[in-house]
Ligand binder design. Structure first.
Ligand SMILES: [Zn+2]
Ligand SMILES: [Zn+2]
Length: 182
């Protein structure tokens, strides 16, 4: 994977965010403000103060915007969608060291809401993916009943399932059964 540690962290955050969407196939993962708090804890998102109903609706809307970037049919569409998002976002780079993470760059502006925070940091991470011409690593699971997204970090960009232990395994078992029936 040609990406730095904090970029990998931001990409994991955006993948998990998109996968909370009903559009990703497993129901609403952000059903309440408490779900949103759990998401923030899971990804050690810093500088987040009180969260409310506005944060929930803003983050859900942002989630859809990120999903569109992920599944954009071509590079130019992805670039344009991402530029629209970044253009709406206040971005202030600053160096930070917290929660055991080594020195890294934050992009969210002081006082940013959670949605602005995610738009800045995850938006910039996705911008780097496009700049590095690694867009094809932004994938949707190939299992027919799963629409989870993932970032293919494999050396030869060969990963097709969101999770090799669940979808990968399931699909291998299905293929094995199909062969036995044949
Ligand atoms: Zn940080
Ligand atoms: Zn899957």
């Amino acid at each position: 994977m040609p990406f730095s540690h904090d970029m990998v962290h931001s990409l994991a955050t955006v993948v998990d965010l998109i996968n909370t969407s009903p559009a990703a196939g497993t129901g609403e993962g952000l059903g309440s403000v408490e779900d949103l708090r759990a998401f923030v804890r899971r990804h050690v998102i810093s500088g987040v103060e009180d969260l409310g109903a506005d944060d929930l609706s803003d983050v859900r809307a942002l989630r859809d915007a990120f999903h569109e970037v992920f599944v954009a049919p071509d590079r130019d569409t992805a670039v344009s969608l991402l530029n629209t998002m970044l253009g709406r976002t206040r971005i202030t780079p600053s160096l930070a060291e917290h929660d055991g993470f080594s020195l890294h760059v934050h992009y969210f502006a002081p006082g940013a809401s959670l949605a602005e925070h995610l738009a800045a940091d995850c938006g910039v991470a996705l911008a780097h993916v496009l700049v590095e011409d690694e867009r094809e690593r932004l994938r949707t699971c190939a299992a027919p009943d799963c629409s989870h997204v993932f970032v293919d970090e494999s050396r030869n960009r060969s990963r097709v399932y969101c999770d090799s232990r669940t979808c990968g395994n399931r699909m291998h078992v299905a293929a094995y059964r199909a062969r036995r029936r044949a």
